[in-house]
Design a protein around this ligand. Structure first.
Ligand SMILES: Cc1cc2nc3c(=O)[nH]c(=O)nc-3n(C[C@H](O)[C@H](O)[C@H](O)COP(=O)(O)OP(=O)(O)OC[C@H]3O[C@@H](n4cnc5c(N)ncnc54)[C@H](O)[C@@H]3O)c2cc1C
Length: 484
């Protein structure tokens, strides 16, 4: 690292902003392919247990396997433990009463609409790779542990990125992350906090507080609220796409280990949960628009007997959520459940939530297709966007991280070729590599974002099977070979 006022020197071949799943996976992929002079920088003050559970589906796991086999093995093992937590006594009653590894969708009357398996093996048989659930933090940790500690710096919040064509590099400026919440996950905090964090300061920062690095390439994996995206799009034809767009849907939920009266618990179990690990509840009588499915849904889970958690997805105006207390959020959720004719027992469950544990989260996206003719490019010169920074989306088809991991696999392949050919100074070769990345990735992201917003694949078994085959069954290794 060099202070800004010392003589310019290129510090790294590749700098990666963001130590989320995508930034870390890209770094591992580059190292596996011989690119060692890299750095990952993250704004977080400390790695802490934050973030939600992420489902890694066959395509995401295939991408991780291609990136780094050890990472794949470690993630798979952690995920399988999550699905099958060790039992104190394997023959005990609690083992026999374990919920089945199934996610069931029911209507508000409790009738089953459909269900699908969650078990690794079922996916493996169909698509050549399995499915695991893992917390965002565990995913980050498993990737992070494989990166030498001197390749990762925390407490570095990127605030500016500047092309330096005469030096054939890009300069990135960082400040220490004072005053920012330790939670590294964009849009996990409340809206006001997010807005505060996402603003790129236009007033000059005192030089003494800025640390700058120079790299041949910069990969921005700094999440949906990407600062790098905001900076590089600022004075470009894409300036209108600097910030993420609100999808129109927000979540209100309780991570939930709260208890409810035994009789209510029993009633909900019998009507909705039965023996499933996860249950989605929706009113299937409400008609929907074809461009975005705004149907109110609840994901309900009960990991321990008598204890519940839930996530309600509803079409809510952003202003309605801003600055609301836990109690107010519960009331908003109840209002939505009433409108969608959810039964009294579910309303009671929500009314009993602890206001201190309520979280709300608007879902944002960066559309991959903004018009028929022109899309905002994912790179400007030597800076390229990956993961949520390029194409973040709501989690309804569980593809955000999976797609980001596919980006990482492509990026590691193409950037390592630049290294092998020693083309770090060749801007035409770099542009060509980033165009290849984008032309391979964008059409798939368009398809997945469309599926996410309309939830079309969930409309029938036939559509689901077709979508799953299209997304999960792809041979990622073979696709990567076409890039070389
Ligand atoms: C409720 C919910 C459920 C989800 N479920 C799934 C699922 O089942 N399956 C799935 O595939 N995806 C899921 N996702 C989406 C998934 O979590 C994201 O797509 C994924 O985390 C994106 O990874 P990323 O590395 O691009 O960004 P992030 O995970 O957001 O990581 C970005 C990193 O950049 C850092 N950073 C941010 N700004 C700066 C800055 N200015 N300077 C330095 N560092 C910075 C952050 O601290 C963070 O570490 C879900 C998302 C949500 C909200």
């Amino acid at each position: 690292m060099k202070a800004e006022n010392s003589s310019p020197k290129i510090d790294y071949d590749v700098a990666i902003v963001g130590a989320g799943p995508v930034g870390l996976a890209t770094a591992l992929g580059l190292r596996q392919r011989g690119i060692e002079n890299i750095i990952v920088l993250d704004q977080t003050r400390a790695f802490r247990k934050v973030g939600q559970v992420v489902d890694l589906l066959p395509n995401g796991l295939k991408a991780v396997k291609y990136i780094d086999n050890q990472a794949y093995e470690n993630i798979k093992e952690t995920g399988q433990k999550f699905n099958n937590p060790p039992q104190p006594n394997p023959e005990s009653e609690s083992k026999k009463n374990q919920p089945s590894l199934e996610w069931t969708t029911r209507n508000v009357k409790g009738q089953k609409i459909h269900s699908f398996p969650l078990a690794y093996d079922e996916y493996f048989r169909k698509y050549g790779e399995g499915r695991v659930s893992i917390s965002w933090y565990d995913l980050q940790t498993q990737l992070r542990m494989l990166l030498p500690s001197d390749r990762l710096k925390i407490n570095h919040r990127c605030v500016n990125v500047v092309a330096e064509p005469e030096l054939k590099c890009v300069r990135a400026d960082f400040i220490s992350n004072q005053g920012v919440e330790a939670n590294p996950y964009a849009h996990w905090e409340n809206k006001q906090q997010d807005d505060k964090n996402s603003t790129v300061s236009s007033s000059p920062l005192p030089q003494s507080e800025i640390i700058s690095i120079r790299a041949k390439l910069l990969i921005a994996a700094d999440g949906i609220n990407s600062t790098v995206r905001q900076v590089i799009y600022k004075n470009s034809p894409y300036s209108v796409y600097r910030k993420p767009e609100y999808s129109g849907i927000a979540a209100i939920g309780s991570g939930g280990a709260y208890e409810i009266p035994e009789a209510l618990s029993q009633e909900i179990k019998e009507q909705f949960i039965h023996n499933s690990r996860l249950v989605s509840i929706m009113n299937d009588q409400i008609s929907k628009d074809s461009t975005i499915d705004e149907t109110t849904r609840m994901i309900l889970f009960s990991r321990k007997a008598g204890k519940f958690g839930y996530l309600i997805h509803a079409a809510l105006p952003l202003e309605l959520l801003a600055g609301k207390s836990g109690k107010e959020l519960i009331n908003i959720a109840l209002e939505e459940l009433k409108k969608a004719n959810f039964p009294e027992m579910i309303q009671q469950l929500v009314a009993l939530s602890s206001p201190e544990q309520i979280l709300s989260r608007p879902y944002y996206l960066h559309r991959a297709a903004v018009s028929d003719t022109e899309q905002p490019k994912w790179n400007i010169g030597r800076v390229v966007l990956a993961g949520d920074a390029a194409h973040g989306m709501p989690p309804f088809m569980a593809q955000g991280a999976n797609q980001g991991l596919e980006d990482a696999a492509v990026m590691a392949t193409l950037v390592s070729e630049i290294g092998k050919q020693n083309q770090w100074d060749d801007i035409a070769a770099i542009e060509a590599a980033f165009s290849k990345y984008e032309s391979l990735r964008r059409p798939l992201i368009e398809l997945i974002q469309q599926a996410t917003l309309t939830r079309e694949p969930l409309s029938s078994e036939e559509h689901r099977q077709e979508y799953n085959r299209q997304i999960y069954a792809r041979n990622i290794e073979e696709i990567m070979q076409t890039l070389l």
